[in-house]
Design a protein around this ligand. Structure first.
Ligand code: EPU
Length: 416
């Protein structure tokens, strides 16, 4: 199993090109199932998760090529409707194939994802929404099974804002009979990007970027030709690395407003931030100031930056209070950061972080994607050497991370 060795204490300086967004790429890859034909996606990040999703599509009968960051997906020969447990358990987003399969074939057999490293992560809203649209779904032997389904537009109001369930119901509604009205939807840029990609190939989705979507079903879609939007979480993670190391990093190829909540918090922590049209320059302070953060659905502060922000606050000149309101148990990084000298007290879903003047390198273990990212940026700022074990989690969501960090002056090495 690969490990990452980081020798900390260097300021990170220079430019970094931000990759395409994993969480925008995955639902758009699922959407290719809706229209038989050859789809072209550009700026797809080369990650374990995009490769796993490619594997799911291949198992269903799609033909794929993935060269550089361009993915071509031919969905004309798709014949199977089964997404097996072996793949879905490794990547929950595989559940995105459910609605497209029901829409195209009237049938699907998709494994339930099960638990995840930081809690239950239910899919009840995906199922309730599809049921409201006429899909009779059964749970059989761990699988969600639909047979003879004919999707019809319906009004569905989400009682919790959910990125995944919003995307799932958009995928269901675009080819359904009649009009769907979805209320209290997620407005994350990934959701809007999915809607735009669908509209570009003939879907009729109105209200993108607002909490209410009206989707008029159409009888067929053309193949997708889309460029994946930049990854706002990757961008914000590099910005946090600048904050922690007192460095200066220019993020290239970004949409600054997509990670405004993170930039705003980093400014509060003492960073100087310059926003350009497609660039953001972040200069870290000598020592971060403490900040209070509560995660919220977009445009609020993202749960996917909570771990990295705790790392920044671990070095702050005072006490920070960080609350995760989206995932109440997503704190597996806390005991690992403590091994590096961080002083963090967990009270339920609230982390009280008492800043210390310095962290020290240690052997730590990655437990999920963003927890790993927080350990990496902590290691970059820590004194001495940190070895991070189980970095396959990082490979799920950060493209060419060591290469990008090394180009910014970090001393980082992958140990196989
Ligand atoms: N929820 C329900 N029922 C559902 C679905 C969600 O109660 O059927 C709850 C969840 O338990 C949670 C809240 O709704 O409290 C929001 O979850 P959401 O459905 O928005 O999360 P997701 O779609 O499963 C996506 C990202 C996550 C990111 C969350 C929140 C993808 C593939 N994943 O997950 O990304 O944390 O939105 O923004 O888009 C990551 O990239 O590291 C990652 C975990």
């Amino acid at each position: 199993m690969d490990r990452l060795r980081i020798t900390g204490g260097r300021r990170l300086e220079g430019d970094v090109a931000i990759s395409g967004a994993k969480n925008a790429a995955l639902p758009i890859m699922a959407a290719t199932l809706l229209a038989p034909g050859v789809h072209r996606l550009r700026n797809v990040p080369r990650l374990r998760d995009t490769q796993t999703f490619a594997r799911v599509l291949e198992l269903l009968g799609a033909r794929l090529s993935f060269e550089g960051n361009e993915m071509t997906i031919d969905t004309s020969q798709v014949a199977s409707v089964e997404a097996p447990y072996e793949l879905v358990k490794t990547m929950r987003a595989s559940i995105y194939v459910l609605a497209p399969l029901l829409a195209r074939f009237g049938e699907a057999r998709v494994s339930l994802p099960g638990g995840c490293a930081w809690g239950p992560r239910p899919v009840n809203l995906h199922l309730a929404g599809l049921q409201a649209m006429g899909a009779k779904l059964d749970i059989e032997h761990g699988y969600i099974v639909g047979r003879g389904v004919k999707l019809r537009g319906a009004t569905f109001s989400f009682d919790v804002v959910s990125v995944g369930a919003t995307a799932q119901l958009m995928l269901a509604a675009v080819l359904a009979e009649g009009t769907a009205v979805l209320e209290n939807v997620a407005i994350e840029p990934d959701v809007t990007a999915l809607g735009e990609a669908l509209n570009d190939c003939g879907a009729r989705i109105e209200g993108l970027g607002t909490r209410r979507l009206t989707i008029r079903g159409v009888s067929a879609l053309r193949p997708i030709d889309a460029t994946i939007i930049p990854d706002r979480i990757e961008a914000a993670t590099f910005a946090a690395a600048a904050a922690m190391t007192g460095g200066r990093i220019r993020l290239r190829g970004v949409v600054p407003e997509h990670f405004e909540a993170s930039l705003h918090k980093l400014e509060e922590a003492g960073c100087a931030v310059e926003r350009g049209a497609e660039t953001v320059a972040v200069a870290g302070p000598p020592r971060p100031a403490p900040v209070n953060v509560a995660t919220q659905p977009y445009p609020g502060f993202p749960t996917d930056m909570q771990a990295q922000m705790i790392a920044v606050c671990a070095l702050a000149s005072g006490t920070s209070v960080i609350e995760d309101t989206i995932y109440l148990d997503r704190f597996t990084h806390v005991p690992e950061l403590a091994r590096m000298g961080a002083r963090i007290e967990l009270r339920g879903n609230v982390a009280v972080v008492k800043g210390v003047p310095r962290l020290s390198g240690a052997q730590v273990m990655a437990t999920d994607l963003r927890a790993s990212a927080s350990l990496v940026i902590a290691a970059l700022a820590a004194e001495g050497e940190t070895v991070i074990d189980r970095i396959y989690h990082l490979d799920r969501g950060y493209e060419a991370l060591e290469k990008k960090l090394a180009a910014l002056g970090a001393r980082v090495e992958r140990l196989s």
